[in-house]
Structures are given as structure tokens and as C-alpha cells.
Design a protein around this ligand. Structure first.
Ligand code: PHE
Length: 357
């Protein structure tokens, strides 16, 4: 018994990992291990011999088992120490300079206008960029033969031959979110919806993907006067000035009646775009009173409710506010441009702390 004890305690002390320990456990105190075999011999002994050998074998078994678990704990501690030594990291090292990203002017302008409209009681709604042509056109009172469908230079999604479902389009404006929001929440409603839109168009002030923010207010007593006030308050807050010269032009959209487009006074001197003075006007938004057919398409009773809607070009706003003359550069991902026109990553625009410091 002393030999067994010396042999196994020695092996346990030398074991290098958990697998080795397990092999020792099986050989020593497992069901067919050496201690179990010895216990079987108890039957052949005299009662006197058994009285001595039985407890001694049990004690040996206990001793081996506790040596095994002590060694197991020691191995786990050693493994942890080893990991801590190799995965060590000096968190006091300085960060690398100029590794910081910046906020794109379109994201900045979107944050700014969201803060302003939130203050005016508008919450943010969203819709998909790949849109059903019912939401993008029909529900907005633009039937299949309407010239506006062609005017919008729509990108149509490919359909497999023989697939006769109505086409999907890359949304040409954020107006489909008017319908989706009315369907979802009913009246009254006061939302804005910022997001990307698509039209096949490319020059200094047009890119095939650009950004709009839709606004929609539906209630029982809304008039054109509310629309004009909201737009004026918004534009003053956005450009951070007491007065901006706006031009409301009578216009036509199938989904509003009456309709107005709004331009801002600006100048383009030597390729420099400036807001406020000069002889030029830049169109920044379309708006009007929501057409009764559109309210009905959204599932709301147009005899009880009416409202206004607008669609503002976010990229245009950013160009004007930050004096960026060419829209195409917005989406070139040129790091030098982004560093020049980008905004500090950790400044959240808000009306009280300032929108764009
Ligand atoms: N959807 C129009 C456009 O993209 C803008 C608009 C929105 C006009 C809402 C009126 C009301 O040109």
C-alpha cells in the first residue's frame, strides 16, 4: 500500500496537464484501477485482516483523490498566470495622432436638422430605399401615364423575364414615407424622414444618389400658414441667422395642392458659394398642402384631416451652409476633402449648445 501511495502521489506531482491527471485518476482510483483491484482482494482475507486493510485502502483512495483535485486547481492557476503574462497590454500608451474619423457634412446637416425639428415637435420616421412603385408613385397621386414618372429619371429594379409583378424602384424622393407613416400611425401625425434617394442626374448640384428630409404634419386645423412658419423657423435655426431671404414660388406637385417651391438667396463668386447675398437663388425644397387623394391613400379620412408636407434637399443645405461649391465631391470619399469639410466626431449638434461649432 505504501508503494501504491508513493507511486501515484509522485505521478500526480509530475503531471504536466489535465489529460495526464485524468489518465492517472483512471489507473489509480478508476473502476478498474489498482486501488479497486486491491479492494476486491478484501473478500479473500480473514475478518481480522479485512478490518485493517479496508479502512487503509479507503484512506489511500481519499488521499489520491484529494491530491488529484489539488493538482488540478494548481494547473488551472498556472494556466491563468501564463495567459495574464502573455496577453499583457499597456493601456497607458498614447493613442496615434490623426487616426480620428470625422463626421461627413451630410451626416452633420442631418443631425442638425433632426435637432431643430425635434424642438418643433417632429419625430423621425424611416422607410426603405428600394420602394414599391405604388408607394413611390401611385399612392402619391402619380398614375402610370403621369409625366412626373419620366421627369424623375427613375432607376427601376431589374425583373426576371415573365415576372409580371409591378416594378420596384430606387425611391426617387422621401415622399413614400408619408404614406407608410399614415398607414402605420394614423392621424394626427408630425414626422420628418431623412434619407437617401436616387435619380439619374449628374452635374455640379446633382448626383444620382442624394439626400432629402421629408416633413409631414396632419391634423384637423392645419393650413399653409403653419407650413410657411415651420419652414422659416427651420431655415433661420439651420443657418444660425436672424433672417434669411427665402422665395416662395407657386409650383406643382401631384401630391400637394396648392404647392410651393422655396429658394434661398445666394451667390457664386469665383466658384465660392455664399448664402445670404448675391443675385442667385438655389432651390432647396418643395412643399404644399397634402392632396386629399394622398391622405385617403394613407388610410386617413380627408374630410376630417388635412396637413402640409415638404421635401428638403439635405445636401443642398450642407453646400449652402458650409460653402461647398460642388456636390459631386460629397461622394468621392477623398480623405483630403473629408478632413477639410468634416466635423468633430464627438460633438452632438443641439440647439442650446450650438449646432455647428
Ligand atoms: N417629393 C418632392 C421632390 O422630391 C418634394 C416635395 C415633398 C414636394 C413634399 C411637396 C411635398 O421633389
Amino acid at each position: 500500500m505504501d508503494d501504491l501511495k508513493a507511486k501515484y502521489l509522485g505521478q500526480i506531482a509530475d503531471a504536466g496537464d489535465e489529460n495526464a491527471l485524468e489518465a492517472i485518476r483512471v489507473a489509480a482510483v478508476g473502476k478498474k484501477g489498482e486501488v479497486a483491484l486491491k479492494m476486491r482482494e478484501l473478500g479473500k482475507m480473514t475478518p481480522e485482516e479485512r478490518q485493517v486493510a479496508g479502512p487503509a485502502l479507503n484512506a489511500l483512495k481519499d488521499e489520491i483523490n484529494s491530491a488529484l483535485s489539488a493538482k488540478k486547481a494548481a494547473l488551472a492557476d498556472a494556466a491563468l498566470d501564463e495567459r495574464l503574462r502573455t496577453e499583457w497590454l499597456d493601456v497607458t500608451l498614447p493613442t496615434r495622432a490623426r487616426r480620428q474619423g470625422s463626421i461627413h457634412p451630410v451626416s452633420q446637416a442631418t443631425e442638425e436638422l433632426t435637432a431643430i425639428f425635434a424642438e418643433l415637435g417632429f419625430s423621425v420616421a424611416e422607410g426603405p430605399r428600394i420602394e414599391d412603385d405604388w408607394y413611390n408613385f401611385d399612392a402619391l397621386n402619380i398614375p402610370g401615364h403621369h409625366p412626373a414618372r419620366a421627369e424623375m429619371d427613375t432607376f427601376y429594379m431589374h425583373r426576371a423575364e415573365g415576372d409580371n409583378r409591378p416594378p420596384h424602384v430606387l425611391r426617387t424622393h422621401t415622399s413614400p414615407v408619408q404614406i407608410r407613416s399614415m398607414e402605420k400611425q394614423g392621424a394626427p401625425i408630425r414626422i420628418i424622414c431623412p434619407g437617401g434617394v436616387y435619380r439619374a442626374d449628374y452635374d455640379q448640384t446633382h448626383t444620382p444618389m442624394f439626400h432629402q428630409v421629408e416633413g409631414l404634419a396632419i391634423d384637423k386645423d392645419i393650413s399653409m400658414a403653419n407650413l410657411k412658419w415651420v419652414l422659416e423657423e427651420f431655415v433661420k435655426a439651420f443657418f444660425e441667422v436672424d433672417d434669411v431671404e427665402l422665395r416662395f414660388r407657386a409650383s406643382h406637385f401631384p401630391f400637394t395642392e396648392p404647392s410651393a417651391e422655396v429658394d434661398i438667396r445666394c451667390s457664386w463668386d469665383n466658384g465660392q458659394l455664399k448664402i445670404g447675398d448675391g443675385d442667385d437663388w438655389m432651390e432647396i425644397l418643395g412643399s404644399g398642402m397634402v392632396h386629399p387623394k394622398v391622405i385617403a391613400a394613407g388610410g386617413i379620412d380627408p374630410d376630417v384631416y388635412q396637413g402640409f408636407a415638404f421635401g428638403i434637399g439635405i445636401d443642398r443645405l450642407a453646400m449652402l451652409k458650409y460653402g461647398i461649391p460642388d456636390l459631386r465631391a460629397f461622394f468621392d470619399s477623398d480623405l483630403r476633402w473629408l478632413r477639410h469639410y468634416g466635423f468633430a466626431a464627438l460633438d452632438m449638434p443641439n440647439l442650446h449648445g450650438g449646432l455647428s461649432r
